[in-house]
Design a protein. Structure first.
Length: 199
């Protein structure tokens, strides 16, 4: 479980490590003024700081992006951290630059209703189309299970076998039975289904 904001460079660094390790992670979005998970992070960890990780497999909970990255590398990889994620301040600056063209997207809360079950999304950090869909999930404060499928991931073949093609982002909403591709259509669907003031 990972509580995170979207435009935060520290959160992006952790998301990049998740992609490198090809992990499936349950994300709890914490946009500015989000009423649900920001207070929960404060209650659980004692600070309203992001990212915040809880690993249900080990019980480990921690703040600090570099610590989380090292933990993930040691626990779910071979301990190797890619050079671009191990350069301290330079890594943070480059992660910030990667989000600057959509700096306000995914950071502010849109009043929404919480779904009973997390939405599943197949995506990866480097895709601009995946970014658009995930921004909407964060703005609406919708918990989502990310099936990371960067280049080289075996999950790409799994999607191909299941659907007859590989295309991301792809979502499955267990609350409604909806399954769909196309970032713009996903955004429209999420807003129409979960925003209390759909536009």
């Amino acid at each position: 479980m990972l509580a995170k904001t979207f435009s935060c460079p520290f959160c992006r660094k952790v998301r990049e490590m998740v992609a490198v390790l090809d992990l499936d992670v349950l994300f709890y979005p914490c946009p500015q003024k989000g009423p649900t998970f920001r207070p929960k992070v404060l209650e659980m960890g004692g600070k309203k700081q992001f990212p915040y990780m809880v690993d249900p497999n080990t019980g480990v909970a921690m703040y600090e992006s570099d610590d989380i990255i090292k933990y993930l590398a040691d626990t779910y990889g071979d301990g190797t951290i890619p050079i671009m994620l191990s350069l301290g301040l330079f890594t943070t600056i480059t992660a910030g630059l990667a989000t600057i063209w959509r700096i306000w997207k995914g950071s502010s809360y849109t009043v929404s209703k919480l779904p009973p079950q997390p939405i599943e999304i197949w995506a990866y950090e480097g895709s601009p189309f995946c970014k658009i869909a995930r921004e909407a999930l964060v703005e609406l404060e919708l918990p989502h299970l990310l099936h990371s499928c960067a280049r080289g991931s075996p999950k790409r073949q799994e999607i191909f076998k299941k659907l007859g093609l590989f295309q991301v982002p792809y979502i499955e909403d267990p609350n409604t039975g909806v399954k769909m591709f196309e970032s713009s259509e996903i955004v429209e669907y999420l807003k129409a289904t979960y925003s209390l003031y759909p536009q």
